[in-house]
Design a protein. Structure first.
Length: 89
């Protein structure tokens, strides 16, 4: 197993939907690959952080401003260097 194969199975690994034979390959790869070990550790910590958080309700005006800012960034990232949109939205 290489890093690309491992990363393709990362979601299955965390969901526990991985066959025993493949799990042994994943475990062996993790024992030999520091980079993938870091990915697993970071992903695991991120999942733990988000599981422990509460959902917060934002005031409507703040929610509208946040959505507008996100949409503006998305539109900017979709624009080509000549200012035209790359994709239709």
């Amino acid at each position: 197993m290489n890093c690309t194969d491992f990363l393709a199975k990362l979601t299955d690994f965390f969901d526990g939907n991985i066959e025993p034979d493949l799990m042994s390959e994943v475990t062996e790869h993790l024992g030999q690959c520091h980079h993938c070990e870091v990915v697993v550790d970071t992903t695991r910590k991120t999942i733990e952080v988000y599981r422990g958080t509460e959902v917060y309700d934002f005031p409507d005006d703040l929610s509208i401003r946040l959505r507008s800012a996100i949409m503006a960034r998305c539109e900017k990232s979709m624009a080509s260097p000549d200012g035209k949109k790359k994709l239709k939205t």
